[in-house]
Design a protein around this ligand. Sequence first.
Ligand code: NAD
Length: 481
Amino acid sequence: MTVLEDISQDCALPIGDDWVRTETIDTIRLPYDGSPVAKVARGNAELVERAVNAARGAAKELENWTNFQRAELLDRIASLLRRDHASFASAISLETGKPIAEARIEVDRSLQTLLLSSIVARELHGEVVPIDGAPIGAGRMAMTVRQPVGVIGIITPFNVPLNLALHKLGPALAGGNAVVHKPAEQTPLSALKLAAIVREAGAPSGTYNVVTGPGSVVGRALVECPDVDMITFTGSVATGRTIRASAGLKKVTLELGGNSAVIIEPDADLDSAVARIVQGGYGFSGQICISVQRVYVHESVADEFSRKLVTAVGNLRVGHPANDTTQIASLISEEAAQRVESWTSAAASAGAKVLLGGNRTNSTIQPGVLADVPEDSTFMQSELFGPLVGVNRYSGLDEAIERVNGTPYGLQAGIYTQHFEHAFRAARKLRVGGVLINDVPTFRADNMPYGGTKSSGLGREGPRYAVEEMTEPKLICWRTT
Ligand code: NAD
């Protein structure tokens, strides 16, 4: 059963040089059927303090490493991840319940994130400051260099446990920082495996420490620890608010939730849109922050679009996550599935038409499509995180844009049209972090600036952008006359 046997640390946490045993052991279960997959040590507030001390020591060493050394370390971690690709994919699938084919893609993406972080490390630089542009700067020259912030606390959600951790660890190391990581309670396995390869790659002791356990205890201790210089968080809006309120003067970046929408104009290529919405709305059962949750389709093509979408969604293969051909497995827990079921039936009671799916078996929800969903329903306004999409019709583009903008979230949005002016009107007016033209909002390349407006977050990720947050410019100014 123990997927962690291959790092054989026997229920212990990687802190400093040690694997630290704890009194409490948690069983990690496959969300699909509740079967046990591993036993994991549960951390606590004291271990957070110990991990932060270890990271402080590593940060002192790492700040003296050259860009080249940091890049080489990231490259070595990448080659070890490539070597262990299959076992990482298996750990991800077992802890999240994600179909194994999607877990393999997550490992591929994680490799990209590491390689992009290594490039960022090689190229990290400050700038020449044109100091004599101010009268008082005459006879002086100046430049900035990028300094590490020091010790970074990273807190991650359950849904993309490896690649989202690497979107924080990669740029943190590129910038010369050390890290304490609090993974989601449900999904600590990939972080523990990652710690083993970071050590094997030759990182200084204490560079990457993992403390598992509940957010309200371990996450909170990390956020409140005075010796942590920055918190980078990915997760729900509610937790993001709590973290922001208790982080004091620490730097904080927040990658939060969404309920992404796509607009289908009358001239859209419907087959292409349907194919991408099936990937973007139902991948990992919709448990992705940029999943397609809402579709606004022009009334002239709405019926044809819905017919095509229902046929395509009806063909999705639902099953055990370990099967190579499974496309839809379970949600992260039975409670999560019950919530999705209740939001769906509330939307139906308020007048939405259930065109397909929505039924629950334990923690699995049958992929589905709803039409004419009341805009003020929880289904449309909040973050569903389930394998259902709401399809509503509109008559004019400005109305569609307004409805896309009419929720508290603003991560990404998409528009399908051949009309250049309409595409760019939407791109200008949509209040989101990224607009995808002729694609779904679920598109993310690991090098692009990624993040949200409104309640969807603060700051941007993508190694080049994250490293800016994780380093500080230091001015060096000298007199020339
Ligand atoms: P969550 O907010 O419940 O938990 C995220 C992490 O925060 C976990 O590690 C949890 O233990 C920790 N936590 C909980 N309470 C805490 C506290 N008081 N102090 C410190 N840490 C605490 O989120 P989740 O259910 O694991 O993940 C789903 C959410 O993540 C969705 O809202 C999704 O949209 C969001 N998400 C956003 C992005 C993005 O890039 N914007 C990516 C993936 C997921």
